[in-house]
Design a protein around this ligand. Structure first.
Ligand code: NDP
Ligand code: HSE
Length: 434
């Protein structure tokens, strides 16, 4: 059979990796796909750099539309990033009746509903395994492997840059900025690294996972997002002392009244597997009603791991392109006419346990007053400790039992006004993940 022809938009970290994987493992890939997969055209900005990698047998252009509209191209692989040009190119590829593979979670989290609807209409596939957790086949696992289950919740370390930063800050005491620079050098960080450190990249991915898990439309604008830029070293140390590690988790949970969709630094018990996922590694814990908890672990970013997922999609598309579109696996796991309108809950309706730290005057009655406020809004204290901080002041750290976030907010509003509370109150969520 003749080779299937691929047009690569972008030849950077992931695009370059995709070229390398397709070249190095060409035979093995052809044996799996049933035919060879060949890159016939690439679009880049720096054409000389691209030619040094792909040689002169491949069309190299600065015009992505030339690749998308090229009559020889069967599959368009979008690895440029961003949500403007990438969106135009993908929509044009779909209009041209071409299948698309992309790693662009930012684009799909914002415009996924439009893109998947257009692809469904046109009978083409838009595959995006590389968009979530790099080399881990988490999309295939949720969309196909767990298809018998009503998924209850999932929680994941889905941003390699922030996990790398948190790991290095904790284990080597390195400052935030130095570790971020190292993550950028290693190719983990997004073009705009604030997407990583402010939790936006993780929220893009979580939004896609929630759609796949619960059959709801892609709703990035409903996600609650907190990053790690204001996390204090002392909270990492206090958490450790209490038997927890702080991880940036994406959590989505089905509850009777709606769906939780949230990204934030989270205290995770040290004995939990997720707490021990270090460096740029990713891991996603998915709980289904039939299978129970399942865990997926691997490299969530970087050249070859991400390209591994891009090429897996290319093989899938190659195998399925001749199949009747109605019999392919739906883009978001559920049939488009069976999507659910369960609402995403506001953060005030989320339930979690909480870590609270505040600096107070060290005198009789302080603890009693704070405890009274917490109990008046129905919050039960699980444990607490106090650490003197000099000048007759002390840091008090509470771990609460599970509570509604709105109740915690109400308590903190009152606690912050107490004259003997000398700092803002640090509030972090604690999850047992069982
Ligand atoms: P890079 O910045 O390394 O590469 C981007 C590529 O796009 C470059 O080859 C660049 O060309 C090309 N490009 C940019 N603008 C244009 C344009 N206007 N016309 C033609 N080509 C253009 O990005 P990454 O490879 O890191 O990321 C690509 C996508 O993959 C993003 O959506 C990202 O979020 C996603 N992703 C990245 C991961 C990673 O580990 N890096 C992991 C998972 C997903 P030139 O080389 O000439 O500059
Ligand atoms: N910037 C992302 C990360 C790349 O650090 O995880 C992988 O999506």
């Amino acid at each position: 059979m003749s080779p299937i022809k691929v047009g690569l938009l972008g030849l950077g970290v992931v695009g370059g990796g995709t070229w390398k994987v397709l070249t190095r493992n060409a035979e093995e890939i052809a044996r799996r796909a049933g035919r060879r997969i060949e890159v016939a055209a690439v679009a880049v900005r720096d054409m000389d750099k691209a030619r040094r990698l792909v040689g002169d047998q491949v069309l190299v252009t600065q015009d992505g539309m030339e690749v998308v509209r090229h009559p020889d191209i069967d599959i368009v692989v979008e690895l440029i990033g961003g949500d403007t040009l990438a969106r135009e190119l993908i929509m044009e590829a779909i209009a041209q009746g071409k299948h698309v593979v992309t790693a662009n979670k930012a684009l799909l989290a914002k415009h996924g509903n439009e893109i998947f609807a257009a692809a469904h209409e046109k009978g083409v596939m838009v595959a995006f395994e590389a968009a979530v957790a790099g080399g881990i086949p988490i999309i295939k696992a949720i969309r196909e492997g767990l298809t018998a289950n009503r998924i209850q919740w999932l929680a994941g370390i889905i941003n390699g840059t922030t996990n790398f930063i948190l790991s290095e800050m904790r284990s080597r005491g390195l400052p935030f900025g130095d570790v971020l620079a190292e993550a950028q050098r290693l190719g983990y960080a997004e073009a705009d690294p604030t997407f990583d450190i402010e939790g936006v990249d993780a929220a893009h991915k979580l939004t896609l996972l929630a759609s796949l898990a619960f059959g709801i439309p892609v709703q990035f604008d409903k996600a609650h997002i907190e990053g790690i830029s204001s996390l204090a070293q002392e909270d990492i140390a206090h958490a450790e002392r209490l038997g927890y590690r702080i991880k940036l988790l994406g959590i989505t949970r089905r509850r009777a009244d709606g769906i939780e969709l949230r990204v934030h630094p989270t205290l995770v018990p040290m004995e939990c597997l997720l707490a021990n996922v270090e460096g740029a590694m990713n891991a996603v814990l998915v709980s289904g009603d039939m299978v129970g908890p399942t865990l997926y672990y691997g490299q969530g970013a970087g050249e070859l791991p991400t390209a591994s997922a891009v090429v897996a999609d290319l093989v899938d598309v190659t195998r399925l392109q001749a199949a009747d579109p109605e019999h392919r696996v739906p883009h978001l796991a559920f049939q488009p006419d069976a999507m659910d309108d369960t609402p995403v809950l506001p953060i005030s309706e989320v339930h979690s346990s909480y870590y609270l730290r505040m600096r107070v005057q060290d005198r009789p009655g302080v603890l009693a007053d704070i405890s009274r406020i917490l109990s008046e809004v129905g919050i039960s204290i699980g444990s607490m400790f106090q650490q003197p901080s000099g000048d007759a002041q002390a840091d008090i750290i509470f771990l609460t039992h599970e509570a509604r976030e709105g109740s915690i907010d109400a308590a903190l509003l009152r606690i912050r006004t107490l004259a003997f509370v000398h700092s803002d109150v640090t509030r972090l969520r604690v999850e047992s993940l069982i």
